[in-house]
Structures are given as structure tokens and as C-alpha cells.
Design a protein around this ligand. Structure first.
Ligand code: HEC
Length: 166
């Protein structure tokens, strides 16, 4: 008798916490799960994604506008010799294409450097052999001069950076 009463007691004393847990689960966890699901549907859901990417497009367009204005501003400043080389001269001189003296090739540049900077600049401005005037592009004379210095110096010359025109 006392045995069964004891076991009933134990049973009774463990029940309320279980019930409490269950009701806590129902009243807190379940709503949290529902909210969580709703939030995740909202975040990844169909209608919110196009809105976000449209906003991104708009921002990108604005940044691009600012960027191209900044680029146009910068373009008023003469490009460096390296920039002109990358944009234009490298088409031939990076690889030595069309029989051009290759960038950094001291053996190819040595005899040319010996003629002096002015001679090289004249060749670059007026063209020589397979090279069109200005290397074929629309750079200012100053930019071409910078590119000549950049290339010749990479080939072993020690020409000074040309002075900017007034
Ligand atoms: C279409 C190819 C091509 C491009 C682009 C080109 N060059 Fe050349 N360049 C040559 C060739 C070919 C020679 C060798 C010409 C020769 O000696 O007959 C040469 C030679 C030169 C020389 C040596 C000239 C001399 O008197 O020995 C210089 C300096 C030079 N280029 C500068 C430039 C610069 C600066 C640019 C860019 C603005 C440029 N080149 C773009 C093909 C090119």
C-alpha cells in the first residue's frame, strides 16, 4: 500500500513541470517558430527579391554615373606613361608584335635608347615602320612622351619624366 502511494506521489510531483513545459512550448515556442518561418519567407520570398535587386540596380546606376564623371574629370589630367602603355602601346610593345621593341627587353631597346629621347619621341609621334603616328591612338603629345619614357626606362634608359605642357 505504502509502496503504491509513494509511487503515486512521485508521479504526481513530476506531472506539473511536464505540463508546464508543454504549455510553455505551446505559448512561446510555437509562435516563435511561426514568426521565424514568416520572416524567412519574407526575406527569401518572391516579391522582396526583385525589389531589393531593383534598388541595387538603381544604386549601381548612380554609382556608375558618379564614376564616369570622375573618370571624365581624371581624363582631363594627362594619363601616366604606364596608363598610356596599358591602353595603347602595349598592343604591340607588350609582346614585341609587328617587329616592335618589346617592353623590358634591354637588348631591343639599347640601340634605340642610344639615339636619345628626342629621336624616340619623334618616332612615336610621327610613326616609324609598322608603327602609326602616336602609336595609332588619340593621346596628347605629352602622354605619348610619358609613354616613351616609361617604355624606354623599362628597357634600360634613365630618361627624366617629361614636363607637362603649360
Ligand atoms: C601597331 C603596333 C604598335 C603600337 C600600338 C605602338 N608601337 Fe611603338 N613601335 C612599333 C614598331 C613596329 C616599332 C619599330 C619601328 C621600327 O624601328 O621600324 C616601334 C618602335 C617604337 C619606338 C622606338 C622608335 C625608334 O626610333 O627606335 C618607340 C619609342 C615607340 N615605338 C613608342 C611607342 C609608344 C609610346 C606607343 C604608344 C603610344 C607605341 N609605340 C605604340 C609598333 C607599335
Amino acid at each position: 500500500m505504502s509502496h503504491s502511494a509513494h509511487s503515486n506521489d512521485t508521479h504526481a510531483s513530476t506531472r506539473p513541470p511536464l505540463k508546464l513545459l508543454t504549455s510553455v512550448g505551446a505559448s512561446f515556442v510555437l509562435p516563435l517558430v511561426v514568426v521565424g518561418v514568416l520572416v524567412s519567407i519574407f526575406l527569401s520570398g518572391g516579391s522582396s527579391v526583385p525589389k531589393a535587386s531593383m534598388a541595387e540596380d538603381a544604386v549601381a546606376a548612380r554609382i556608375q554615373k558618379v564614376g564616369s564623371i570622375a573618370f571624365a574629370e581624371a581624363r582631363k589630367e594627362a594619363r601616366t606613361g604606364e596608363q598610356v602603355f596599358q591602353a595603347q602601346c602595349g598592343a604591340c610593345h607588350a609582346t614585341g608584335a609587328a617587329g616592335s621593341p618589346k617592353f623590358g627587353d634591354a637588348a631591343a631597346w639599347g640601340p634605340r635608347i642610344g639615339k636619345g629621347f628626342d629621336a624616340l619621341l619623334t618616332s612615336a609621334l610621327k610613326g616609324k615602320g609598322n608603327m602609326s603616328p602616336q602609336g595609332g591612338g588619340a593621346s596628347s603629345d605629352f602622354e605619348v612622351a610619358r609613354a616613351v619614357v616609361y617604355m624606354a626606362n623599362a628597357g634600360g634608359a634613365k630618361f627624366a619624366e617629361p614636363k607637362a605642357p603649360k
